[in-house]
Design a protein. Sequence first.
Length: 191
Amino acid sequence: MSKTHTAPAGVSRRDLLALSPFFLLGIRAAGAQVVPPQAPKGSDLKEELTAAETEIVRNSAMARDLENFFGKGYSCAESGLMVGLRYLKKPEELVWFACGFGGGLYQQDLCGFLTAGAMVLGVHAGILALERAAARRACVARVREYWQWWTSEAPIHCREIREGRQDLKVCNRLGRLACARLESLIAQAAD
């Protein structure tokens, strides 16, 4: 006799699976409750940078470079990876790795700027003067920091970020902030 596993009412199977690492972390922490941070809902996301965010973007080469790609023939994921490749002085042809990740895997799922960030941090880990295992640990730590930052700023799914919007203003804002955050994480790893 086999058991059928279903998600609780009101929770999609995909969302339940996405949260499963948090449940596992809770178990590993010997009962400590792990609650993912509450990001603003898609409809509550700002489309324009605040004065403080404008300053952050102004001080980031990666964030400034994003305007050369996003909305100019490059998807969110391609744009994010491209500015990372240029910043790290890696071949721009590698941008093709991000081709299928734009627009939330073209399903309005996991945000392309979020996935591109993980790719950029992976490329950066590959150039660290560390043994492979140490470079991987450094990458995992930075990806976790990036994930935590992202989930405090916005939903992880494209459809939630773009909720009710026809233009890409909210994506442009988040992309610029994401690039600035990635540049900061890369600088931290270099220290």
